[in-house]
Design a protein around this ligand. Structure first.
Ligand SMILES: C[S@@+](CC[C@H](N)C(=O)[O-])C[C@H]1O[C@@H](n2cnc3c(N)ncnc32)[C@H](O)[C@@H]1O
Length: 255
């Protein structure tokens, strides 16, 4: 059979090139629309914050007021650097407080929200949201095993079994060496200074829970102490809350 060389007429070639150019432009426009929509979504998220998430009392949801959420967020971020890994357990308003901050005030991107209510996945994004049921403390992303430097725990229920499971979560996520500081008779600040001298990350532990859990907290988390900071709630929850921590900073002292 005779070879036939296929070639396009100049008009057809011109039409093809125009079509390709139009396709590229369409794709560029679509990408820019996506980017705009994403930016707008981030802005709305930042402005609306916790207002869009109605409290579900079945899930024991009582949101902090802004001042409390900000103070707990600052306690997690102060002195952190780009390698600091932070886990926030069952305290979405603290995660929201961080996401509302200007990026220059948030030194690390490794901040994870552990939460049972999947509505918050939209807010944190799938990379930073870890579904968390306190009854299954061993089900969490393997990449965070023993990697967390700073942790805030806000147990959903005011009882000992819940605190005990939360402690197990702390143990698997966090390197707990600082927990025993008062048993060896050094102050938290001295120990933390030592940790910093070694170039290690300061390991912070905070537990925010009902005042009536005081005894259970001191048994369950032996290196933490009651602080002068009193968490308060946006909708006037009447239960007295306390914050326990293994460190002092400008936001609180040990009681
Ligand atoms: C006492 S609230 C703490 C919220 C915090 N005050 C705030 O403002 O973000 C308890 C949190 O535990 C979550 N929670 C409910 N059931 C849970 C479960 N089985 N495991 C882990 N967390 C749960 C709730 O969705 C809620 O965010």
């Amino acid at each position: 059979m005779e070879d036939v060389e296929l070639s396009l007429s100049p008009e057809a070639l011109k039409a093809l090139l125009e079509f390709q150019q139009e396709e590229e432009e369409r794709e560029k426009k679509l990408k820019s629309l996506y980017a705009d929509a994403e930016k707008k979504f981030e802005e709305v998220k930042a402005q609306e914050g916790m207002r869009v998430f109605k409290e579900d009392w079945q899930l024991s949801q009582f949101w902090y007021d802004e001042e409390t959420a900000n103070n707990l967020a600052q306690a997690l971020l102060e002195g952190a650097n780009e390698n600091t890994v932070i886990a926030i357990l069952s305290a979405p308003s603290v995660y929201v407080a961080i996401s509302k901050m200007s990026p220059s005030c948030v030194p690390t991107k490794h901040i994870y929200l552990f939460e049972y209510d999947k509505r918050f996945e939209v807010l944190a994004g799938s990379e930073h949201f870890c579904f968390y049921d306190y009854t299954n403390p061993l089900e969490f992303p393997a990449s965070l095993d023993g990697k967390v430097h700073r942790i805030l725990i806000d147990p959903p229920f005011l009882n000992k079994p819940c605190q005990t499971k939360c402690k197990l979560q702390l143990q698997v996520l966090h390197l707990t060496s600082v927990l025993t500081f008062h048993q060896v008779g050094v102050t938290a600040n001295k120990l933390l200074a030592k940790a910093n001298d070694c170039g290690e990350q300061e390991r912070r532990i905070m537990i925010s829970t009902g005042e009536r859990m005081a005894e259970v907290v001191s048994e369950t988390y032996p290196g933490t102490r009651k602080t002068t900071f009193t968490p308060s709630h946006a909708n006037g929850l009447s239960n007295e809350f306390e914050c326990y921590a293994n460190f002092e900073w400008r936001g609180w002292k040990f009681k």
